[in-house]
Design a protein. Structure first.
Length: 178
Protein backbone atom coordinates (compact mmCIF):
# COMPACT_ATOMS: atom_id res chain seq x y z
CA UNK A 1 0.00 0.00 0.00
CA UNK A 2 2.79 2.44 0.85
CA UNK A 3 4.23 1.83 -2.62
CA UNK A 4 0.85 2.71 -4.17
CA UNK A 5 0.72 5.95 -2.20
CA UNK A 6 4.33 6.77 -3.02
CA UNK A 7 3.67 6.16 -6.71
CA UNK A 8 0.79 8.60 -6.49
CA UNK A 9 3.19 11.18 -5.06
CA UNK A 10 1.50 11.31 -1.67
CA UNK A 11 3.41 11.75 1.57
CA UNK A 12 2.32 9.22 4.14
CA UNK A 13 2.82 9.96 7.82
CA UNK A 14 2.07 8.32 11.10
CA UNK A 15 1.45 10.64 14.02
CA UNK A 16 1.40 10.61 17.75
CA UNK A 17 0.19 13.48 19.87
CA UNK A 18 3.43 13.42 21.84
CA UNK A 19 6.05 12.95 19.11
CA UNK A 20 4.50 14.51 16.00
CA UNK A 21 4.69 13.17 12.45
CA UNK A 22 6.98 10.31 11.52
CA UNK A 23 7.32 9.46 7.83
CA UNK A 24 6.27 5.95 6.91
CA UNK A 25 7.58 4.78 3.59
CA UNK A 26 7.54 0.97 3.40
CA UNK A 27 5.74 -1.87 5.15
CA UNK A 28 8.96 -3.90 5.25
CA UNK A 29 11.02 -1.19 7.01
CA UNK A 30 11.95 -2.80 10.35
CA UNK A 31 12.37 0.61 12.02
CA UNK A 32 8.74 1.56 11.45
CA UNK A 33 6.81 -1.31 12.98
CA UNK A 34 4.44 -1.87 15.83
CA UNK A 35 2.89 -4.89 17.52
CA UNK A 36 -0.86 -5.33 17.83
CA UNK A 37 -1.55 -5.83 21.54
CA UNK A 38 -5.31 -6.11 21.55
CA UNK A 39 -8.31 -5.91 19.28
CA UNK A 40 -11.02 -3.66 20.72
CA UNK A 41 -13.49 -4.57 17.98
CA UNK A 42 -13.49 -5.15 14.23
CA UNK A 43 -12.29 -1.62 13.39
CA UNK A 44 -10.24 -0.55 16.42
CA UNK A 45 -6.97 -1.99 17.73
CA UNK A 46 -4.40 -1.18 20.41
CA UNK A 47 -0.77 -1.31 19.35
CA UNK A 48 2.60 -0.60 20.84
CA UNK A 49 4.76 1.28 18.37
CA UNK A 50 8.52 0.81 18.63
CA UNK A 51 9.17 4.56 18.77
CA UNK A 52 5.89 6.14 19.93
CA UNK A 53 4.60 3.72 22.52
CA UNK A 54 1.02 2.64 22.94
CA UNK A 55 -1.62 3.87 20.46
CA UNK A 56 -5.29 3.15 19.86
CA UNK A 57 -5.89 2.89 16.12
CA UNK A 58 -9.27 3.44 14.44
CA UNK A 59 -8.86 1.67 11.12
CA UNK A 60 -9.47 3.90 8.11
CA UNK A 61 -11.99 3.00 5.44
CA UNK A 62 -14.01 0.34 7.24
CA UNK A 63 -16.77 0.05 9.79
CA UNK A 64 -17.53 -3.19 11.58
CA UNK A 65 -20.71 -4.10 13.45
CA UNK A 66 -20.89 -2.76 17.00
CA UNK A 67 -19.96 -4.84 20.01
CA UNK A 68 -19.23 -2.17 22.66
CA UNK A 69 -21.36 0.89 21.86
CA UNK A 70 -22.85 2.21 25.12
CA UNK A 71 -26.63 2.02 25.16
CA UNK A 72 -26.80 -0.33 22.17
CA UNK A 73 -26.97 -4.06 21.65
CA UNK A 74 -24.46 -6.07 19.67
CA UNK A 75 -24.76 -5.64 15.90
CA UNK A 76 -25.31 -8.65 13.69
CA UNK A 77 -21.90 -10.19 12.88
CA UNK A 78 -20.16 -7.98 15.50
CA UNK A 79 -18.52 -10.82 17.46
CA UNK A 80 -17.43 -12.53 14.24
CA UNK A 81 -15.92 -9.29 12.90
CA UNK A 82 -14.01 -8.83 16.16
CA UNK A 83 -12.78 -12.43 16.00
CA UNK A 84 -11.61 -11.92 12.40
CA UNK A 85 -9.56 -8.92 13.56
CA UNK A 86 -8.22 -10.82 16.59
CA UNK A 87 -7.09 -13.79 14.54
CA UNK A 88 -5.60 -11.62 11.77
CA UNK A 89 -3.84 -9.02 13.92
CA UNK A 90 -3.23 -9.92 17.58
CA UNK A 91 0.49 -10.28 18.18
CA UNK A 92 1.35 -9.36 14.59
CA UNK A 93 4.07 -6.92 13.62
CA UNK A 94 2.45 -4.18 11.54
CA UNK A 95 3.06 -0.80 10.00
CA UNK A 96 0.78 2.06 10.96
CA UNK A 97 0.06 4.09 7.83
CA UNK A 98 -1.96 7.28 8.01
CA UNK A 99 -3.72 8.69 4.99
CA UNK A 100 -3.11 12.31 3.92
CA UNK A 101 -6.74 12.53 2.77
CA UNK A 102 -7.97 11.89 6.34
CA UNK A 103 -7.54 13.53 9.73
CA UNK A 104 -4.76 12.27 11.98
CA UNK A 105 -7.07 11.58 14.94
CA UNK A 106 -10.81 11.12 15.38
CA UNK A 107 -13.01 12.92 17.91
CA UNK A 108 -12.19 10.26 20.52
CA UNK A 109 -8.43 10.80 20.19
CA UNK A 110 -7.78 7.54 18.33
CA UNK A 111 -5.11 7.58 15.65
CA UNK A 112 -6.73 7.16 12.22
CA UNK A 113 -4.63 4.76 10.17
CA UNK A 114 -4.39 1.66 8.06
CA UNK A 115 -2.67 -1.32 9.63
CA UNK A 116 -0.53 -3.29 7.23
CA UNK A 117 1.15 -6.64 7.78
CA UNK A 118 4.31 -7.78 5.98
CA UNK A 119 3.99 -8.06 2.23
CA UNK A 120 1.54 -5.15 1.98
CA UNK A 121 -1.45 -7.08 3.42
CA UNK A 122 -3.82 -4.27 4.40
CA UNK A 123 -6.33 -5.09 7.12
CA UNK A 124 -9.04 -2.69 5.91
CA UNK A 125 -9.10 -4.23 2.43
CA UNK A 126 -8.98 -7.80 3.73
CA UNK A 127 -11.66 -7.23 6.39
CA UNK A 128 -13.98 -5.94 3.65
CA UNK A 129 -13.08 -8.92 1.44
CA UNK A 130 -13.87 -11.34 4.30
CA UNK A 131 -17.23 -9.70 5.00
CA UNK A 132 -16.01 -8.66 8.45
CA UNK A 133 -16.45 -4.93 7.78
CA UNK A 134 -18.23 -2.55 5.43
CA UNK A 135 -16.59 0.18 3.41
CA UNK A 136 -16.85 3.45 5.32
CA UNK A 137 -16.36 7.00 4.07
CA UNK A 138 -16.24 9.61 6.82
CA UNK A 139 -17.51 13.10 6.11
CA UNK A 140 -17.79 12.50 2.36
CA UNK A 141 -13.98 12.41 2.11
CA UNK A 142 -13.02 9.07 0.55
CA UNK A 143 -9.73 7.63 1.80
CA UNK A 144 -6.93 6.75 -0.58
CA UNK A 145 -7.78 3.03 -0.39
CA UNK A 146 -11.55 3.51 -0.69
CA UNK A 147 -11.67 2.07 -4.25
CA UNK A 148 -9.80 -1.09 -3.17
CA UNK A 149 -11.94 -1.45 -0.03
CA UNK A 150 -15.15 -1.01 -2.02
CA UNK A 151 -14.02 -3.58 -4.61
CA UNK A 152 -13.25 -6.06 -1.80
CA UNK A 153 -16.64 -5.35 -0.24
CA UNK A 154 -18.40 -5.96 -3.58
CA UNK A 155 -16.58 -9.30 -3.83
CA UNK A 156 -17.84 -10.28 -0.35
CA UNK A 157 -21.38 -9.16 -1.22
CA UNK A 158 -21.44 -11.25 -4.40
CA UNK A 159 -20.22 -14.29 -2.45
CA UNK A 160 -22.58 -13.53 0.49
CA UNK A 161 -19.50 -13.79 2.70
CA UNK A 162 -19.53 -12.80 6.37
CA UNK A 163 -22.00 -10.06 7.26
CA UNK A 164 -23.39 -10.17 3.70
CA UNK A 165 -24.71 -13.70 4.17
CA UNK A 166 -27.14 -15.22 6.66
CA UNK A 167 -28.31 -14.20 9.18
CA UNK A 168 -27.40 -10.53 8.58
CA UNK A 169 -27.61 -10.07 4.81
CA UNK A 170 -25.84 -6.73 5.27
CA UNK A 171 -28.11 -5.46 8.07
CA UNK A 172 -25.74 -4.99 10.99
CA UNK A 173 -27.02 -1.93 12.84
CA UNK A 174 -27.06 -2.27 16.61
CA UNK A 175 -30.37 -1.32 18.19
CA UNK A 176 -30.75 0.81 21.31
CA UNK A 177 -31.12 -1.11 24.56
CA UNK A 178 -34.17 -0.04 26.55
Amino acid sequence: MAAILAAAGLMVTACSASLGPIAVSRADDPDLTATVLRVVDGDTVDVVDDSRGRLRIRLIGVDSPEVHKPGYGIGCWGPEASEFARSALTGQRVVIVTDPSQDTHDRYGRTLAYVERAGGWDFSVEAARAGAAKSYVYGRRPATLTPQIQAAEAEAQRAQRGLWGPPCYGHTDATPVK
